[in-house]
Write a protein that binds this ligand. Sequence first.
Ligand SMILES: *[C@@H]1O[C@H](CO)[C@@H](O)[C@H](O)[C@H]1NC(C)=O
Ligand SMILES: *[C@@H]1O[C@H](CO)[C@@H](O)[C@H](O)[C@H]1NC(C)=O
Ligand SMILES: *[C@@H]1O[C@H](CO)[C@@H](O)[C@H](O)[C@H]1NC(C)=O
Length: 381
Amino acid sequence: MLRMKMNMRMMMKMMLVLAVAVAVGVEARGGRGRLSNFLNNDSGPSGNSLRKFNTRANPIARDDLDALSGSSEENIGLCASTPSVANLNTSMPIPDSYNSHEAYSKCKPDILQQGSCGSCWAFATTGVLAQRMCIKSEQIGQGYELAPQALVSCTDQICYTKAGDRCSSPSSTCYCSLGCDGGYPDGAFRFMQDEGITPELCVKYVSKDGTDPLECSDVQTMVSECTATSNATVNGDRCYYHSSSDIETIQRDIMQHGPVLASYEVFEDFGEYDSGVYTCPDDGSDSIGWHAVIIVGWGVEDNTPYWLVQNSWGTGFGIDGYFKIARGTNECNIESRLVTSLVNTEGVVFASTSGAAVAKPATAFLAVAVAVAVAAIFSTN
Ligand SMILES: *[C@@H]1O[C@H](CO)[C@@H](O)[C@H](O)[C@H]1NC(C)=O
Ligand SMILES: *[C@@H]1O[C@H](CO)[C@@H](O)[C@H](O)[C@H]1NC(C)=O
Ligand SMILES: *[C@@H]1O[C@H](CO)[C@@H](O)[C@H](O)[C@H]1NC(C)=O
């Protein structure tokens, strides 16, 4: 009986880890602090731009969040533990400031809005891959997005053991992303590496209100019915982690391959951010969970080195959708959970020969992205 109880506790702990670990869906606890006050307030100062945390019917107790923050469940461990796979040029000088969105202005993405769905993990992984694809190809430009919804709606397929094998449902050894309830960035990178990911044009984001109206089979249908010229899949080539102690390597990677994904602990005062270099409260207050974002560059402001970070809470947040956070001090643990991926553009031909018309100017360049013998992303076999 006692044994049974222990197992139940462990199971519950595991479920909590699955739900919240690594970066992501965190519930807003009503009425506590300013952040939670306007998480669910469309008329708040930033519109709904801060509604990125999913609310849960059964909020996880703050004590549990504390435990998770210090947990060893930092990531599933599916990616390469060193970035040497990226072949970084160590003689490349590192400037005082850098912004990938300026260096590759053709690849500057739109700032997206995840809404009240805890899908930051899907936005950050697809965002990193799309930007890196753009940088690598130098042929597709602004407006090119990969579909976070395809990850959100197919999370039942984004399940891995620590050994990297696919598995089918959450357990103590099977780590699944959970749609609007959060996910594992490294698991998502690994999934895109295994299966590819489809353009946003094929599978529009529909989970802003925090719910997911789609089944994975709906996504598969959308991909198969998507216009012939736009169902190219993009593959993550190989994902890898960065060490928090190796800032220069992170910088070189951003300069050479493009932005990287970072997860960090969010504190309630972060909701008040609108400019300047953010530092985490050192008053011992608790974080309310982990959030995944995209580091696109760095700089120095008032003698404080910072990372320039792209968020997915709309342009109403921070500095036109970006924020700056202190660099080199592992602020809010933002340097401890960095992960990114090389991009394999093989099979995607960027030719200008296609005469296919597309509906929206912003995605017009998609007419030139023609897939050659690329299987639909979620083949059912
Ligand atoms: C929502 O935000 C508005 C504007 O800041 C504020 O006046 C109102 O009290 C907020 N509502 C809630 C429920 O917090
Ligand atoms: C590495 O960077 C240095 C300095 O920018 C450059 O001169 C050199 O050609 C680069 N090496 C390679 C292999 O790209
Ligand atoms: C798009 O996907 C469908 C379904 O898998 C496939 O039949 C078609 O050939 C694909 N188009 C291109 C251009 O790859």
